[in-house]
Design a protein around this ligand. Structure first.
Ligand SMILES: Nc1ccn([C@@H]2O[C@H](COP(=O)(O)OP(=O)(O)OP(=O)(O)O)[C@@H](O)[C@H]2O)c(=O)n1
Ligand SMILES: C[C@](O)(CO)[C@H](O)COP(=O)(O)O
Length: 238
């Protein structure tokens, strides 16, 4: 079985709005519902779990009913950071009886333009190699700066990958990684791929993402999302 684990436990501080950004409406629909619809319509996703910010579970369930997200099976409590939210989600799936061999596609609630092709590639690469990390080649010149203003150091971009989500694993493997992380005192890694990298010795496999698979972090991202949604041909989301 392939399950989507949508992480929506954040409060969206950088967006600076009254409600968490995943519940803000774009194109007459909450951002998280756009995200859920992508997994709802993918034929190889058998179920969806959401890790939800405390106090928003009822709102989420009402929207899921309204927009006919019938694959939503589980809602788990959010954690204090992304790593802890993912922890709650994967251990929740295990407690609900999912198998260690099931695939879990871990995806940000705030990447609503995820395409069907990227979901398919994640499943195919994870089935073949054991994991799949969505990423895109870095096309900008990269500088390193300690203070954000001065620098005399550039980093060659040829081997740099900008990661996105989904990041896909066998459930047993990602649970084992989180257990090992706790034992080694790693509690706030920014993503599943950085957790794997910090643990060391775990090879990851990259699948092509898209510039359109934008993460909504600030008001500027919201403006870009609205513009993309106005002009998107359906083929983008295939
Ligand atoms: N404790 C947390 C923090 C983040 N997330 C989720 O991780 C994704 C990416 O995180 P980010 O963009 O950093 O979201 P926020 O933490 O909400 O944003 P901010 O840092 O601005 O508060 C989002 O879908 C967010 O809801 C989560 O599930 N649990
Ligand atoms: C997981 C992620 O979306 C991959 O690009 C990203 O690392 C999340 O970053 P944030 O610090 O939670 O905004």
């Amino acid at each position: 079985m392939n399950y989507a684990l949508i992480i929506a436990g954040g409060s969206g501080n950088r967006m600076g709005q009254d409600i968490p950004k995943q519940f803000m409406h774009v194109d007459n629909c909450p951002i998280i519902i756009h995200t859920l619809m992508a997994f709802q319509k993918h034929p190889d996703i058998q179920g969806i779990a959401v890790v939800c910010l405390a106090g928003w579970e009822t709102v989420l369930q009402s929207y899921a009913n309204q927009f006919n997200i019938t694959k939503l099976k589980w809602v788990f409590p959010g954690g204090d950071n992304g790593q802890q939210s993912i922890h709650n989600g994967i251990f929740g799936l295990k407690e609900q009886g999912c198998s260690e061999d099931d695939l879990v596609l871990i995806h940000d609630a705030v990447r609503p333009l995820i395409s069907q092709d990227i979901i398919s590639s994640n499943i195919a690469i994870c089935q073949k190699y054991g994991n799949a990390i969505t990423g895109i080649q870095c096309r900008e010149a990269i500088l390193e700066s300690a203070d954000g203003f001065t620098t005399n150091r550039s980093i060659p971009r040829d081997q740099l990958i900008r990661t996105q989500t989904p990041q896909t694993f066998r459930l047993g493997d990602i649970i084992q990684a989180h257990q090992e992380a706790i034992e080694r005192g790693i509690t706030n890694s920014v993503a599943s791929c950085t957790l794997y990298a910090e643990l060391g010795g775990k090879e990851m496999h990259i699948v092509a993402g898209s510039e359109k698979n934008i993460k909504i972090t600030t008001i500027e991202d919201l403006e870009i999302l609205k513009a993309l949604m106005q002009i998107r041909p359906e083929s983008w989301l295939k």
